[in-house]
Write a protein that binds this ligand. Structure first.
Ligand code: ADP
Length: 483
């Protein structure tokens, strides 16, 4: 299929807006490194909050090696569902897990925070009575709480909520200690569980990947939102105010590293380098958190489909796509789930004339998933729609690579004298990593441009699935071991 001239011109225009040449990628990565170092050395104030990424210390200083053992509970809040798990660490890099998902209603997401935590405690209660536990009855179960929102952590089991993201907007929560909120709710229901670790999902992903693979540098999420955590030297975490003798002592005790939760989703909220298009601005304006999470809104599952929807609507409104007609789904905010991008792009082969089968598959997605009437779609529409999805998604993948490249550079992974056999392991989780077609390939192409082929090859990307449950259990294990 070829595109009629007007459609071709309109698609070209969008492509150009979403294009990210190597120079631009470098500029973005440099800025990210600058923000990393600002965040490691300065605590944000109200004035500077949006000028650099928070770089939150996790207080996790023990990276698992795979021999850890015991039974722990894990709670995971911050994705699509609330998840309660019981994790049995077997001590040989393996685990067994029982889990149950609980739906968090939209009302709970924006209601009073006490209602949310009562619901969470109720879910733990339900899990313990209905799903059962393998741990002995007389011991208090330790729980690791994966809470995937920006938190100012003050200890392994204490931290206050900075702000909500991802569609949550509960009242009376910002500034409160979320461990205390959970423990109070558990205690109100007389549930024999102790929350002993507060874990960001990225830190959990890192811990789980380290338990499985050993020596993991960074845990990253590319799901509903995006964020990453990596292992940093404590002497670079200058905002923690360690004295020279403390640093020395920590080194002697093998505590010279700490996992840092970057909150890279908030990168460049000031829009210094990110390539905002009018479609991004629209997504941002109608979002629940305008002018926040700038980077996340170009990358993650919650928003990619919405950017694509806006770009497609632009073509419809320009009378060059679907004969100028839309559909209910395409008209609805968030009416194009990022999963639809995966479906559109799975049959699509970039830079090639599409086969008849591919066009049929794309047409099927447009009619069944987006509700576009079949009579409005010709081959050129199929080609254009898939191409727009690819353009938006490729920009997302290339931007994702900037965070990976910045983390490699920050930790010296681009050093010339790097041992040849040593890999830089990134444990990544999330639907985009798992399901989005050619995710790793697109990220790698950008990494090659940013770091060179030799360094790109050092980077190992492993799918660290379900890290938030196992990782939280590993943090609870670390907390228990320190008691
Ligand atoms: P979470 O980050 O919430 O724990 P996920 O990693 O499953 O969970 O991410 C969910 C997000 O991923 C949703 O925003 C959804 O739109 C998107 N998503 C779900 N399925 C797919 C898919 N097949 N391809 C791309 N994105 C997907």
């Amino acid at each position: 299929a070829t595109l009629p001239p007007k459609l071709q011109a309109a698609v070209d225009d969008i492509e150009q807006q979403f294009d990210l040449p190597t120079d631009k990628l470098r500029e973005i990565t440099d800025q990210m490194l600058w923000e990393y170092n600002k965040g490691l050395s300065e605590l944000p104030t109200d004035e500077t909050r949006d000028t650099f990424v928070p770089m939150i210390p996790s207080y996790i200083q023990h990276i698992p090696h795979g021999k850890e053992k015991g039974t722990f509970l894990a709670l995971d809040l911050g994705g699509t569902n609330l998840r309660v798990c019981e994790v049995e660490l077997l001590g040989d890099s393996k685990w067994r897990m029982k889990q149950q998902k609980y739906r968090v209603s939209d009302a709970l997401k924006v209601g009073d925070v006490t209602a949310l935590f009562d619901y969470i405690a109720g879910s733990v209660d339900h899990f313990l009575t209905e799903i059962g536990t393998t741990a002995s009855e007389d011991e208090k179960l330790h729980l690791g709480f994966t809470f995937s929102f920006p938190v100012a952590q003050t200890a392994l089991a204490a931290g206050t909520l900075i702000n909500w993201t991802k569609g949550f907007e509960c009242k009376n929560a910002v500034g409160k200690d979320v461990v205390q909120l959970l423990q109070d709710a558990l205690d109100r229901k007389h549930i024999h569980v102790r929350c002993s670790a507060l874990v960001n999902d990225t830190c959990g992903t890192l811990m789980a990947a380290a338990y499985e693979r050993g020596d993991c540098l960074c845990g990253g999420i590319f799901g509903t939102g995006t964020n990453g955590a990596y292992v940093e030297s404590i002497d670079k975490l200058t905002k923690m105010g360690y004295q020279a003798d403390e640093l020395e002592r920590n080194k002697e005790q093998g505590l010279d590293k700490m996992v840092v939760n970057t909150e890279w989703g908030a990168f460049d909220n000031e829009r210094k380098v990110l390539p905002f298009t009018i479609f991004d601005s629209r997504v941002d304006r109608i979002s629940i958190n305008p002018r926040k999470q700038a980077y996340e809104k170009m990358i993650s599952g919650m928003y990619l489909g919405e950017v694509t929807r806006n770009a497609l609507l632009h073509l419809v409104d320009s009378q060059v796509l679907f004969n100028g007609f839309s559909s209910q789904s395409l008209n609805r905010h968030y009416g194009l789930d990022t999963a639809i991008m995966s479906a559109l792009e799975a049959p699509f082969v970039p830079n090639s004339p599409q086969s008849g089968d591919a066009l049929t598959a794309i047409r099927q997605v447009l009619t069944s998933e987006l509700g576009i009437s079949a009579s409005l779609i010709d081959d050129a529409d199929c080609l254009a729609a898939a191409r727009i999805s690819e353009v938006v998604g490729t920009r997302g993948c290339r931007l994702s690579a900037c965070a990976i490249a910045a983390t490699v550079r920050q930790t010296g992974g681009d050093a010339r004298d790097w041992p040849e056999a040593k890999k830089i392991i990134f444990g990544l989780d999330g639907s985009l990593v798992e399901f989005y077609p050619r995710f790793e390939q697109r990220v790698r192409d950008a990494l090659r441009e940013l770091l060179g082929d030799e360094v790109q090859k050092r980077v190992d990307i492993v799918l660290a699935k379900d890290g938030s449950g196992v990782g939280a259990a590993l943090c609870a294990q670390a907390a228990q071991a320190m008691e």
